[in-house]
Design a protein around this ligand. Structure first.
Ligand SMILES: *[C@@H]1O[C@H](CO)[C@@H](O)[C@H](O)[C@H]1NC(C)=O
Ligand SMILES: *[C@@H]1O[C@H](CO)[C@@H](O)[C@H](O)[C@H]1NC(C)=O
Ligand SMILES: *[C@@H]1O[C@H](CO)[C@@H](O)[C@H](O)[C@H]1NC(C)=O
Ligand SMILES: *[C@@H]1O[C@H](CO)[C@@H](O)[C@H](O)[C@H]1NC(C)=O
Ligand SMILES: *[C@@H]1O[C@H](CO)[C@@H](O)[C@H](O)[C@H]1NC(C)=O
Ligand SMILES: *[C@@H]1O[C@H](CO)[C@@H](O)[C@H](O)[C@H]1NC(C)=O
Length: 512
């Protein structure tokens, strides 16, 4: 069994997780005022220079991108001078001629296969205009792409700045692959939980509304798209993903795995979901130590202190990090998985676009949702008894995220998802009368529109030149039998851990 374990063992996650829900409003106001100050200073400089030159100076745009490879800046933001009205420039490149097209012979990471699964409900029927219109009920906005330009028809305000950052991400995709995205219309819902219930669209009722959002679960058909935080989460000061990824890489180097605190760490907001409150019951107390160290993240306090204790890159201090969902999936998942401490992954209900490809005992250690404390205690004890394997699992998840979830691939995922989606459309997309054209200038030049932090993150995540390569090659759909086996292997591995866990507690009680 030992040898087997060694071979099978991979990574886990640790983590904190954050989801802003109940405290969000108060926190937002506070954060807002604090950042207003900072931002006024920062923005004063941008506006200053843009009123002089009409564009942001490359210096400022590249301010924190020193680690990113320098590409010639082909199209900087073209901000209006002084009191001119901001318009979308007519000078955007409309074709994409990569200098290194051969690079594209690379296959995309295998989680891209899930694109085919997410679009499967429309494979036979295609997507009609009626289906899209039915998705409008809960949508925050309709996205239209026609001739390489993006248009938005807005329906409802989203939570915080989720909608704006999602739209910003799509605009950056258009900048990376100019002219390559086909015409399309889609509905986007920025709320947490999926809503298109599988049960309602069987048999004669097939033809569900295609609705894009950030996560899915096994009983719904919503189409999973990368969440806003890849371009930054302004309200809680989380930088765009490419920067966080670098920070975590550095953070991983700070303390050797063996020298880290040998307990399971979590920091987050427990008020967003009962499962998090349940987790807090496992915190070490005078009577009993479940091998955990759990902390409540108080965003109001953090914002007063300039977020000095909430730096995502500085959280790989413990050997084990816990992932627990919030109201739905949690944005924290990728930060936890990117850290090379072993992730303790509390059985989730929801999935985002990349997690379905990660495997228990390879990338994380599965934790029961129904008996968190005993499960966590066993996991930490096991890891401290098998440090080599535990460290290996931590390294695997970190590698998965660093390699497969780098920003280039996030864009390629979006590209392929939208491209495959558009192939299914049975109607010609057109620009509805109420839609407005969206471009990086109208979003990124207008300091007031996104809140102070928002603007900074947008400028920091601006795509400044088209890709030198074509998108990676989309892998074909899973063979149904292989997919079935893959899912069964995952559930068998989880079951295996539960068996070890049960044996362990039985042995202990026998010996008492
Ligand atoms: C812009 O400002 C200049 C000088 O302050 C003024 O002369 C001009 O009329 C303004 N233009 C508009 C469109 O408001
Ligand atoms: C791409 O590959 C082909 C054949 O493999 C080669 O002839 C061509 O020169 C390459 N192009 C570039 C831009 O490297
Ligand atoms: C959990 O325990 C640690 C250490 O005893 C303590 O510092 C922390 O405040 C506790 N967390 C909660 C949420 O009570
Ligand atoms: C860890 O090792 C100790 C000492 O050998 C043993 O008593 C305990 O059962 C082990 N626990 C696990 C979970 O492997
Ligand atoms: C999963 O476990 C079951 C029962 O032990 C076994 O029959 C099955 O072959 C396993 N599946 C895979 C894919 O390993
Ligand atoms: C429990 O005890 C049995 C019999 O002594 C032993 O074979 C097994 O490895 C133990 N399991 C754990 C998880 O400690």
């Amino acid at each position: 069994m030992k040898r087997n374990t060694q071979r099978n063992l991979y990574n886990w996650f640790n983590g904190w997780s954050w989801q802003s829900k109940s405290k969000a409003k108060k926190t937002t106001t506070l954060i807002f005022s604090i950042f207003l100050l900072v931002a006024v200073l920062v923005l004063a400089r941008w506006i200053d220079s843009s009123s002089l030159s009409g564009v942001y100076s490359s210096n400022q745009i590249l301010r924190i991108s020193t680690k990113a490879p320098k590409r010639p800046e082909i199209f900087p933001l073209n901000c209006a001078k002084g009191n001119e009205t901001q318009v979308c420039p007519r000078t955007y490149p409309t074709t994409h001629n990569p200098t290194n097209p051969n690079h594209s012979s690379l296959s995309c990471p295998s989680y891209f296969r899930w694109i085919h699964e997410d679009l499967r409900p429309w494979k036979e029927t295609g997507i009609t205009r009626g289906m899209v219109e039915r998705a409008r009920t809960t949508a925050n906005f309709r996205l239209v792409i026609v001739n390489g330009k993006a248009y938005i028809e807005k329906y409802r305000k989203s939570i915080q700045t989720r909608d704006g950052f999602t739209q910003w991400g799509i605009l950056q995709l258009l900048r990376i692959y100019p002219g390559r995205l086909p015409d399309l219309e889609l509905m986007f819902d920025c709320d947490d939980r999926p809503v298109v219930r599988l049960d309602n669209f069987r048999g004669p009722n097939a033809g569900p509304p295609p609705l894009f959002r950030y996560c899915g679960d096994d009983s719904t058909l919503d189409i999973v798209f990368p969440d806003w935080s890849f371009w930054g989460w302004a309200e809680i000061n989380i930088k765009p993903w490419s920067y966080v990824l670098e920070d975590i890489k550095e953070g991983n180097k700070k303390t050797k795995w063996k020298d880290r605190v040998p307990y399971a760490y979590w920091r987050g907001n427990p008020h967003v979901a009962p499962t998090r409150k349940d987790l807090l019951k496992c915190n070490a107390s005078h009577q009993f130590d479940w091998n955990t160290r759990l902390y409540v993240q108080d965003w109001v306090e953090q914002s007063k202190q300039g977020f000095k204790d909430s730096d995502v890159g500085d959280q790989c201090t413990h050997r084990y990090k816990i992932y627990v969902e919030g109201w739905a999936w949690s944005v924290s998942e990728k930060y936890i998985m990117a850290c090379d401490s072993m992730s303790l992954y509390i059985r989730p209900h929801f999935y985002d676009f990349f997690i379905r490809e990660m495997v228990p005992l390879q990338h994380y250690w599965p934790i029961r949702d129904t008996s968190k404390c005993t499960s966590l205690k066993f996991a930490v004890e096991w890891g401290n008894n098998h440090t080599h394997q535990a460290e290996g699992i931590g390294k695997e998840s970190s590698k998965f995220i660093q390699e497969n979830l780098k920003m280039e691939y996030v864009y390629d995922y979006m590209f392929h998802l939208l491209n495959e989606y558009s192939k299914l459309l049975k109607f010609k997309p057109n620009i509805p009368p109420g839609a407005v054209e969206l471009c990086s200038e109208t979003m990124g030049c207008n300091a007031a529109a996104n809140g102070v932090n928002g603007n900074k993150f947008m400028v920091d995540s601006l795509v400044k030149s088209p890709s030198h390569t074509l998108p990676c090659n989309l892998p074909p759909p899973y063979d149904p039998q292989l997919l079935h086996d893959f899912l069964e292997t995952k559930s068998n591995l989880t079951r295996q851990v539960e068996i070890w866990e049960d044996e362990h507690w039985q042995n202990l009680s026998k010996n008492q």
